[in-house]
Design a protein around this ligand. Structure first.
Ligand code: C2E
Ligand code: CA
Ligand code: CA
Ligand code: CA
Length: 276
């Protein structure tokens, strides 16, 4: 029995070893991904719930790896965070996104996800300022999305976010409701927007999801009380879209309304659909 236990442990060790090796490999490759021009941005449209017009797009990072294929951020963002590569990748994303968005009609915002580590980077503010100058994008057309986990180190987060606000950019609290933050955060941080997480939107597929509806209604009312705009993400069907419109949610995002797409495809969509 002892030997069998040892074997199992060995298999276990090997599995961990392989996983560690795979992570090391991906991290090494990621370090060269920018220079090799393997990184790319998709744009997912966001719509005004009342008018149905597009208000902008959220930028979603993709990695076209020559052997592993196209990787979604779930497969590498955590590694980028741990290795510190997220700083240079994040700067690249911001720069690309702002230069791209500068060519859109003035009615269109661009939303960029900021990782925890980026938010705590002392160079972030100067970088954002410089990127706005270089791209010519008016600051109010850039929205930065952070998650509750980025707020845990409260003092630094407060300083960084208020410095960003002075640049004139908009701030969104992403994945709202999934973190462990207390609601008092909402008052202390000056967010412009709450993004209601997909996990709250998913149950609204059932038209009789009474309790789930009540929960989302409460979040929307909370946002309104604090003068925050709110966006619901992960909308996959008409029932969800109708429910969120009825609850007075400001903006909608999801596969049903628009999938993430290339910059070129998004430009064509805007020119076909905006009144601007
Ligand atoms: P997120 O910020 O919550 O982004 C929304 C995610 O939901 C995206 O996944 C998007 O493709 C997906 N999505 C949108 N609509 C629907 C829908 O109707 N149904 C379903 N099931 N999913 C939907 P993606 O592109 O895989 O990104 C995952 C996460 O990776 C993002 O979650 C964000 O946290 C992070 N991420 C993406 N791009 C960046 C980036 O440039 N920098 C950083 N730091 N993180 C990023
Ligand atoms: Ca986001
Ligand atoms: Ca989100
Ligand atoms: Ca998410």
């Amino acid at each position: 029995a002892k030997a069998a236990g040892r074997d199992r442990l060995q298999v276990f060790d090997q599995a961990i070893g392989q996983r560690a090796q795979h992570r090391a490999l991906v991290t090494r490759e990621l370090a060269d991904a920018i220079a090799r021009q393997e990184l790319d941005l998709d744009y997912q449209p966001v719509f005004d719930a009342r008018t149905g017009h597009a208000t902008g797009a959220e930028v979603l990072l993709r990695w076209h790896h020559p052997r592993l294929g196209t990787l979604a951020p779930g497969a590498f963002i955590a590694l980028a965070e741990e290795s510190g590569l997220i700083t240079s990748i994040g700067t690249w994303v911001l720069r690309q996104a702002c230069h791209e968005a500068a060519s859109w009609p003035a009615s269109q915002r661009v939303a960029v996800n900021l990782s925890v580590r980026q938010l705590h980077d002392p160079h972030l503010i100067d970088e954002v300022r410089q990127i706005l100058i270089d791209s010519g994008l008016p600051p109010h057309r850039l929205e930065l999305e952070v998650t509750e986990s980025a707020l845990a180190e409260e003092q630094t987060a407060l300083m960084q976010l208020s410095a960003l606000k002075t640049l004139g950019v908009l701030l969104a609290l992403d994945d709202f409701g999934t973190g462990y933050s207390s609601l008092s955060y909402l008052q202390r941080f000056r967010f412009d927007r709450l993004k209601i997480d997909q996990s709250f939107v998913r149950p609204l597929r059932q038209p009789d999801a009474v309790e789930q509806l009540a929960l989302v209604r409460a979040v929307i009312e909370l946002a309104r009380a604090l003068r925050l705009r709110c966006t619901a993400e992960g909308i996959e069907d008409d029932t969800q879209a109708a429910a969120l419109r009825a609850l007075g949610c400001d903006e909608l995002q999801g596969f049903q309304l628009g999938r993430p797409m290339s910059a070129t495809a998004w430009r064509q969509c805007i020119s076909a659909s905006t009144p601007d």
